[in-house]
Design a protein around this ligand. Structure first.
Ligand SMILES: [Zn+2]
Ligand SMILES: [Zn+2]
Length: 385
C-alpha cells in the first residue's frame, strides 16, 4: 500500500508492476474487467466494487499524463506525506513556486487523497458543488451533460500585497478540451465509432446495495464514442491538462483563509455542461518586520541606552512605504509601545493603526571613550562595578 489515506494503489488493483507498459496495463484491465463485470456477477457487491476499482485504476494508468501525476503522488504517499500535512508548504502557482505538480497540490482544500484523485482525474465520484454522486435518480445515460468540477487552490501571497492590495498571478492546472481534436479524441480527419465497453452510453452500471450505480466508462472516458485513430495530442482522451495563468486582484486587508471564487474558471463541463469554478484560498506569508493583528500592524524597533535615557527621534517604516518620525521621550523603558494612528491596514471603510514597540539594546562592545564615560557615570551614581 503506497498512497496515503484511503486511496487505493492502482497498480495493485490491476495486479501489474509499477513499470508495466501500456500494453500490459491494457491486458490486465481487460482480464479483470471481464472477470468482475456486473453481468457475470449478478448481485455480488464485492465484484461490483472490484469492477469499479479496476475501472478507476485503468482510467488513470492508461493515460500517460495522469499516470505520471499519479506516480508522483504515489511516491509522496509512500514517503509518509498525508494530505494537509502542515501549514508550511508552498502552494502551486504562488509567486516563485515551481511550475507543474508539487506536493502542495494536496493542500488545495481537498478532504482527502481520494477526493483529490476524483478531482484531479475526474473519476466522476462527486457531483458538482459536492452534491450527490450520480446514482439512483441521477443523470440518465442519454444526457451526461453536467457542470465541471470546482478546482481549489491555496495561494501564498506576500504580506504587503495582503495588507495593501495588489495584483498576483497564479498558475493553475486545468483540464481543457484538446485543441487538436476539439475534444472528441479522434485524430483530425478520422472517424469516431461507438464504444463497445459501454455500448455507446458513456456509463457503466454496476449494482451496489441493491441500486444500479453508474460511472463514466473508463474505456471511452464517458463519451460513449471511441476514436478510430486516437488524437496524438491527447492520446484519445479529448482533454489535456493545461497550465493557465490567472491574474488576480487582491483586495487590501485579505487574511489567511480568505477565499475568492472565480466563476467558470474550474474544470470544463462534461458533454457541453458549464465549467466549474476556481476557488482560491489565500495564505499570507509572514513579514520580517511587520506583524499583523486584525487591521493593526505591529513592529518592534531597537533603540540604544542613550536614546532611551535622553530621548530621541526615530524613523519607522509603515506598510505604505512611508517613514514616520516618532519621538521617543527621555526615560523610555524597553517594551514601551507607541501608536501611529491610521497607518495600519485599510479594509472597506475601516483602517487600523501601527504600533511600535521600542526595545532597548545593551551594547556588547564599548569604545574606550564610552567605557570611560560609563565608569564616570557609575562612580557619580555611587554604583559599584
Ligand atoms: Zn485531442
Ligand atoms: Zn465507453
Amino acid at each position: 500500500m503506497a498512497a496515503a489515506g484511503k486511496a487505493k494503489d492502482f497498480y495493485k488493483v490491476l495486479g501489474v508492476s509499477e513499470k508495466a507498459d501500456p500494453d500490459e496495463i491494457k491486458k490486465a484491465y481487460r482480464k479483470l474487467a471481464k472477470r468482475y463485470h456486473p453481468d457475470a456477477n449478478q448481485g455480488d457487491d464485492q465484484a461490483a466494487d472490484r469492477f469499479k476499482d479496476v475501472g478507476e485504476a485503468y482510467s488513470v494508468l492508461s493515460d500517460p499524463q495522469k499516470r505520471k501525476q499519479y506516480d508522483q503522488m504515489r511516491k509522496l504517499g509512500s514517503l509518509g506525506f498525508g494530505p494537509r500535512s502542515g501549514p508550511g508548504a508552498r502552494p502551486p502557482g504562488a509567486p516563485g513556486a515551481d511550475p507543474g505538480f508539487s506536493f502542495d497540490d494536496f493542500q488545495g482544500g481537498f478532504g482527502n487523497i481520494s477526493d483529490l484523485f476524483s478531482s484531479l482525474f475526474d473519476l466522476g465520484k462527486k457531483g458538482p458543488d459536492g452534491g450527490p454522486a450520480p446514482g439512483p435518480g441521477g443523470q440518465s445515460a442519454k444526457s451526461p451533460r453536467r457542470k465541471g468540477e470546482h478546482v481549489e487552490y491555496v495561494v501564498e501571497i506576500p504580506f504587503l500585497i495582503a495588507a495593501r492590495g495588489g495584483k498576483i498571478s497564479v498558475d493553475v492546472a486545468i483540464t481543457e478540451d484538446c485543441a487538436t481534436c476539439g475534444g472528441d479524441g479522434a485524430k483530425p480527419g478520422t472517424s469516431v465509432k461507438r464504444c463497445e465497453e459501454c455500448e455507446g452510453t458513456g456509463n457503466i452500471s454496476f449494482g451496489q446495495g441493491g441500486f444500479a450505480v453508474k460511472r463514466p466508462c473508463p474505456a471511452c472516458f464517458g463519451r460513449g464514442k471511441l476514436p478510430g485513430t486516437a488524437c496524438g495530442s491527447c492520446s484519445g482522451r479529448g482533454a489535456v491538462r493545461q497550465q493557465r495563468k490567472i491574474s488576480l486582484n487582491v483586495r487590501s486587508g485579505v487574511e489567511t483563509g480568505t477565499k475568492v471564487r472565480l466563476s467558470g474558471q474550474g474544470e470544463r463541463g462534461r458533454a457541453g455542461g458549464p465549467p466549474g469554478d476556481l476557488i482560491i484560498t489565500y495564505k499570507v506569508k509572514p513579514h520580517r518586520f511587520f506583524e499583523r493583528d486584525g487591521l493593526d500592524v505591529h513592529v518592534s524597533v531597537p533603540i540604544n541606552i542613550v536614546q532611551a535615557t535622553l530621548g530621541s527621534k526615530i524613523r519607522v517604516r509603515t506598510i505604505s512605504g512611508k517613514r514616520v518620525v516618532l519621538t521617543v521621550p527621555e526615560g523610555t523603558q524597553s517594551g514601551t509601545k507607541f501608536r501611529i494612528r491610521t497607518q495600519g491596514i485599510e479594509k472597506g471603510d475601516r483602517i487600523g493603526d501601527q504600533y511600535v514597540e521600542v526595545v532597548v539594546t545593551v551594547p556588547d562592545q564599548l569604545s574606550e571613550e564610552d567605557r570611560k564615560a560609563m565608569e564616570e557615570f557609575a562612580e557619580a551614581s555611587g554604583l559599584k562595578h
